[in-house]
Design a protein around this ligand. Structure first.
Ligand code: NAP
Length: 256
């Protein structure tokens, strides 16, 4: 299937590592022109050596001005924005019992506010392109995890915003969908595993609970869904929450 993404400028937040980087590689392979915003300057420099980017911006998206400037820089460099992948986020373990109200607010800034900010600033360009938005959420939005109130509520809001923006942007032909990953091996996931006393045992335990093939989802499998959703081939798909998780969230527990 030709996804017809050739020359499309797609902004990917948090695109220097993990799932975001896999999306960037997949977009480039489809002939699109990925533009990356990430705060990890070293990882972004490494990515630039592997892949042709239409623009790259080192920025911390917790800062509103940084979001505005990043979109302005990308638009000035590329002349167009056809799609936005809101992906940057951190599972930061701000719980109800062991967190604080200040850390909770900070977690929303880390995981939620920039999804709105980037979409807001990119919107004039997306309107011109009749573009598409893909929001990366998390299974924690619907399953909970424990000790991660900030992250889980941000991800829940991202699922709600996906429906809300899909409705609001109908007149412009802009489609908005969410991908909901569960267990994907990335630098962030590895860091989380290493918080357990026996990371290998924890990993084996998780794998045993993933219905399809008892394995983690590959970043490339999330990226393939993102490319499809961004492409004209998904022209009548909007407001959807796509669980790319090997059946982890929805299939019967008895199967594992
Ligand atoms: P990752 O390996 O940490 O990669 C994310 C990249 O985004 C990193 O380079 C990170 O930089 C950057 N980033 C984070 N916050 C940023 C900010 N405020 N401003 C600029 N850059 C920022 O993470 P990942 O596992 O690929 O996760 C990507 C998305 O998938 C996240 O939204 C996550 O919640 C979601 N997700 C992942 C999984 C999974 O199993 N991996 C499951 C469910 C949902 P730093 O390294 O400096 O933070």
């Amino acid at each position: 299937m030709n996804l017809d993404l050739s020359k499309h400028v797609i902004v990917v937040s948090g695109g220097a590592k993990g799932i975001g980087a896999a999306i960037v590689h997949a977009l480039a392979a489809e002939g699109a022109r990925p533009a990356v915003i990430d705060r990890d300057a070293d990882a972004l420099a490494a990515l630039r050596k592997e892949c042709i980017l239409s623009a790259s911006v080192v920025a911390d998206l917790r800062d509103l001005d940084a979001c505005r400037d990043a979109i302005a820089t990308i638009a000035a460099t590329t002349g167009r924005i056809d799609g936005l992948v809101n992906n940057a986020g951190v599972n930061d373990s701000v719980g109800l019992e062991h967190g604080t109200p200040d850390r909770y607010r900070e977690s929303l800034r880390t995981n939620l506010h920039h999804y709105y900010d980037l979409a807001h600033f990119a919107l004039p360009h997306l309107k011109l392109a009749r573009g598409a938005i893909v929001n990366v959420a998390s299974k924690t939005a619907v399953t909970g995890q424990g000790n991660t109130s900030g992250y889980a509520s941000a991800k829940g809001a991202i699922l709600a915003l996906t429906r809300e923006w899909a409705a609001e942007l109908l007149p412009y032909g802009i489609r908005v969908n969410a991908i909901v990953p569960a267990e994907v091996m990335t630098p962030l996931y590895q860091q989380w595993l290493e918080t357990f006393p026996d990371p290998d045992a924890k990993r084996a335990d998780i794998l045993s609970r993933i219905p399809l093939e008892r394995r983690m989802t590959l970043p490339a499998e999330i990226a393939a869904m993102a490319c499809f959703l961004l492409s004209p081939r998904a022209g009548h798909t909007t407001g959807q929450h796509l669980f790319v998780d090997g059946g982890y969230v929805h299939l019967d527990r008895a199967l594992t």
